[in-house]
Ligand binder design. Structure first.
Ligand code: DAH
Length: 336
């Protein structure tokens, strides 16, 4: 029996050593250690052994069984390892990987979000209006009658029905006052359109942001404070704001806003228009509303408007406005 055991061990280990795959390993296991396997069968013969032989042969039997079981596991592990190694054969693990693609927001969206955040903190609500507007909302109500020269400067695209693509987000002022009584404290970002030759500083469609604040006793000082706060938040505490007298049909007095900030070089940059809402605008709104909610004797207000592309160009030193609409990733990726 001892001899048979030694033989079985040698045989089993040799077969395992030569087993080329897991199926063969499993067949070897069944052959020797399975319920009807030769080692298992042999252990039944233990009964016939003498008392003296039993412990020795019993121990040998256990040793052989665990040795073969161990060899089975070892062979399986070796086969696994060989398979893993084979699947990496011909793979150069030193090659650079392929990065997962991560998108980002458009620079105009990023700037707009920041601007909206700052005005939100001052209690401004978001307002909007349609891109396709009536002439009345875009010009007449903004104190710009048909023969006003400002209409030439803001030539735009007209639809066959006489409506037009708004040339300025100032239409949002009118839309807001039509639909709600004072007090008003809104910002209105959106697209504006002009029939401009496209070049490094002009697009036929661009982005503006309008602001409007109306209440009793609103003054120019409130406007200045609001605008200064906005630009300091956006550009840092060292930013300076200058109001320069100007003309807009819908404000009186009117100003252009210039800013200067260390980050932007040491020159004044013209950035926005603003002023105290002209009583003629309140009158136009009142005639539409049919009430006296916007009686210029009782309320006052200010407004501003600026181009967001121009602001983004100044802040990020973008030399050509067309970059914003060309969707060139080499440009867009710099803003993430
Ligand atoms: N709408 C003007 C433009 O497009 C900008 C502007 C100037 C808006 C003065 C205003 C304002 O609200 O008060 O050039």
């Amino acid at each position: 029996m001892e001899e048979t055991l030694q033989q079985l061990r040698t045989q089993a280990l040799a077969e395992l050593g030569a087993a080329p795959d897991e199926a063969t390993v499993e067949a070897v296991r069944v052959k020797y250690l399975g319920r009807a396997g030769s080692i298992s069968l042999l252990s039944e013969g233990m009964k016939t052994l003498s008392k003296e032989e039993k412990p020795r042969i019993g121990k040998l039997l256990n040793d052989v069984r665990s040795e073969v079981a161990g060899a089975i596991e070892a062979r399986k592990a070796a086969l696994d390892e060989a398979r893993d190694a084979a699947s990496f054969a011909n793979v150069d693990i030193t090659l650079p990987g392929i990065m997962a693609w991560r998108g980002g927001l458009h620079p105009m969206t990023l700037l707009l979000d920041r601007a909206v955040q700052i005005f939100r903190r001052m209690g401004f609500a978001l307002a909007d209006g349609p891109d396709i507007e009536t002439e009345w909302h875009c010009f007449d109500a903004l104190n710009t009658p048909a023969d006003h020269p400002a209409r030439n400067e803001q030539d735009t695209f007209y639809l066959p029905d006489g409506r037009l693509l708004r040339t300025q987000t100032s239409t949002i002022q009118i839309r807001t006052m039509e639909s709600q009584p004072p007090p008003v404290r809104i910002i209105g970002p959106g697209a504006a359109y002009r029939r401009d030759e496209i070049d490094a500083t002009h697009l036929a469609q661009f982005t503006q942001m309008e602001g409007l604040c109306i209440d009793t006793d609103v003054t120019l000082a409130d406007l200045k404070g609001t605008v200064e706060f906005f630009f300091r938040e956006l550009l840092g505490d060292a930013a300076q704001v200058r109001f320069r007298p100007h003309f807009f049909p819908f404000t009186e007095p009117s100003f252009e806003i210039d800013i200067k900030a260390p980050a932007l070089g040491d020159r004044w940059l013209e950035l926005a228009g603003c002023g105290m809402v002209d009583p003629a605008v309140f009158d136009a709104v009142s005639s539409r509303r049919g009430d006296h909610a916007y009686d210029p004797e009782k309320i006052s207000g200010w407004a501003f408007g600026f181009g967001l592309e121009r602001l983004a160009m100044i802040i990020s030193a973008v030399p050509d406005i067309r970059y914003f609409v060309e969707n060139d990733l080499r440009f867009l990726e710099q803003f993430r």
